[in-house]
Design a protein around this ligand. Structure first.
Ligand SMILES: C[S@@+](CC[C@H](N)C(=O)[O-])C[C@H]1O[C@@H](n2cnc3c(N)ncnc32)[C@H](O)[C@@H]1O
Length: 213
């Protein structure tokens, strides 16, 4: 069973991420257009965000606990740098968003794109993102969350056990707005909607900008 899960995570999950990416490509472009300065993306995965970063950033640091996904991400960086002939510098490392290997106040922007659903302790990750941001620094986020519609929320809760296996730890019913607020973030922009372009269980989406005061 362990071997099967390993194969699934290494070979199947990256394809699922690429499929999901197509459904949210416009949201990703809009989210990444808001970044500036030195940027940290937590859970960068296969690097779906990489082509959409502006070219004038100080640096983009991408962290990801899964080495196989990060290998794909490195290839995405290579492709972008070949196309642009350099541009923004990317630094990738295997690391955990719950214990970031960076000093306090060291980033201008943190990017969280479909990641708080999967991090085992989202409260710890939000505290860490808050810690490494400079004062006035911003987290730009796009996350699927628990629905405010009771019937859909019930099906999210019921589907969680199977979904967690298929989604390599993904939870359907997290309240990520509360997680970010508890870490101390203030919302500069916030939007909640049910996106009809994605499957119902993951259709409740929050997106926006959260600031470290
Ligand atoms: C649904 S995928 C999204 C990947 C990527 N952000 C994207 O938009 O394509 C969730 C990601 O969270 C990562 N992840 C899981 N636990 C994590 C942790 N403790 N710290 C950082 N990332 C984590 C997974 O490895 C995976 O890459």
């Amino acid at each position: 069973m362990k071997f099967l899960m390993h194969c699934y995570e290494q070979y199947c999950f990256p394809w699922i991420l690429k499929y999901v990416d197509r459904a949210v490509i416009d949201d990703r472009k809009q989210t990444l257009a808001k970044v500036q300065g030195r940027v940290l993306e937590i859970g960068i995965g296969t690097g779906s965000s990489v082509p959409w970063y502006p070219e004038n950033l100080t640096e983009v640091v991408g962290i990801e606990p899964c080495g196989a996904l990060l290998d794909d991400c490195a290839k995405a960086v290579e492709r972008v740098q070949q196309r642009t002939g350099g541009g923004t510098r990317f630094t990738l490392s295997v690391a955990d968003a719950q214990a970031l290997p960076f000093p306090d106040n060291s980033f201008d922007t943190v990017v969280a794109f479909l990641v708080f659903c999967t991090i085992p302790d989202p409260y710890k990750a939000a505290q860490e993102a808050f810690r490494v941001l400079k004062s006035g620094g911003r987290m730009v986020f796009f996350e699927h969350v628990r629905s405010d519609r009771p019937t859909l929320a019930k099906w999210q809760r019921r589907s969680n056990p199977v979904w967690k296996v298929l989604g390599c730890g993904c939870h359907l019913d997290r309240d990520t707005r509360a997680v970010l607020a508890e870490a101390g973030f203030r919302f500069e922009e916030f939007r909640f909607e049910h996106k009809i372009s994605v499957m119902p269980l993951v259709s409740p989406i929050i997106q926006g900008v959260a600031v470290k005061p």
